[in-house]
Unconditional design. Structure first.
Length: 295
């Protein structure tokens, strides 16, 4: 007796997903080279005069070298870094125009427009960093140094008409950095402060308004901005000095009882008040009140 034939279904073909080629991403070197090229193109559009072109070209070369060194351990820049890099280019344009003004060239309207765009983008890169999860200490430092140099250049522009005292606004950040080399306790991380950020914004806005010449007696606005800046720096220095005093007192309090008591033999582990204070003192010394990555 023969067995009935049964039809068997052939095995389904195995589908292997095709790996689509990834879009090539620019690395750090080409990104910075493009920024330098954009800087030179902006100078050609702004036409800041011979002095402005020389200063702007030097700025492009110096910024390229500094950023290449700062980001040498990164393969590529993040999304927020690209926004800050655009601000670096705009700040270079402002620098060239200010140099042109000092020698009788340049255009005030172009300077105000470039500075305003740089200030507006200052609020964009932070949002980009937070939303993309790419905030970093290096990115925050990149942002801060760009802000500081823009304020320095704007203070030079406003000082031409308002007086040399305006230069104190731009020099304050660098004077604080120089003082930190002599007093290392000034290098400690500062606690988060909305007031500090607001005062920084006021400096840029006040200087741009004064440079535009659209407000009568703009020097009063700049003087008020300088007063706020002095208050902000003084507040931070007082906080750092108080923190240094607390850390010194905690260290002395921890070392005092241990040196006076000497070695103590016990039958088992005993937790003394001195040991407890020692741990809390160490925790206080190692705590870092970091600014939120203000990008």
């Amino acid at each position: 007796m023969t067995r009935p034939m049964t039809l068997t279904r052939p095995p389904a073909p195995v589908r292997v997903p095709l790996a689509l080629p990834r879009r090539p991403r620019l690395t750090r070197g080409p990104e910075l080279a493009l920024a330098a090229a954009a800087q030179l193109a902006l100078l050609a559009v702004l036409r800041p005069g011979h002095a402005g072109l020389a200063v702007g070209g030097g700025y492009a070369l110096a910024s390229w070298a500094l950023l290449a060194r700062a980001f040498r351990h990164r393969r590529a820049l993040g999304p927020a870094d690209h926004v800050t890099l655009a601000r670096v280019v705009l700040t270079g344009g402002v620098t060239a125009l200010v140099a042109g003004h000092l020698t009788g060239g340049g255009h005030a309207a172009a300077l105000v427009a470039a500075a305003t765009a740089a200030l507006v983008l200052d609020g964009v890169d932070g949002q980009v960093a937070r939303r993309t999860g790419t905030a970093s200490r290096l990115g925050a430092r990149f942002d801060m140094e760009t802000d500081a140099f823009l304020v320095l250049v704007l203070s030079v522009e406003v000082a031409r008409t308002a007086g040399p005292w305006v230069l104190a606004i731009g020099a304050m950040r660098y004077a604080f950095g120089a003082a930190a080399w002599a007093a290392p306790w000034l290098r400690a991380d500062l606690r988060p402060s909305i007031a500090r950020k607001a005062v920084a914004v006021v400096q840029g806005v006040a200087l741009v308004v004064a440079a535009a010449g659209v407000v009568p007696h703009a020097e009063l606005l700049v003087a008020a901005a300088l007063a706020l800046l002095l208050w902000s720096f003084g507040r931070d220095v007082r906080w750092l000095a108080a923190r240094r005093g607390r850390e010194a007192a905690a260290a002395a309090e921890t070392a005092g009882p241990a040196e006076a008591a000497g070695p103590v033999e016990t039958a088992g582990p005993v937790e003394t008040a001195g040991a407890t204070r020692g741990r809390s003192g160490d925790a206080a010394r190692h705590a870092r009140f970091l600014d939120p990555v203000a990008r």
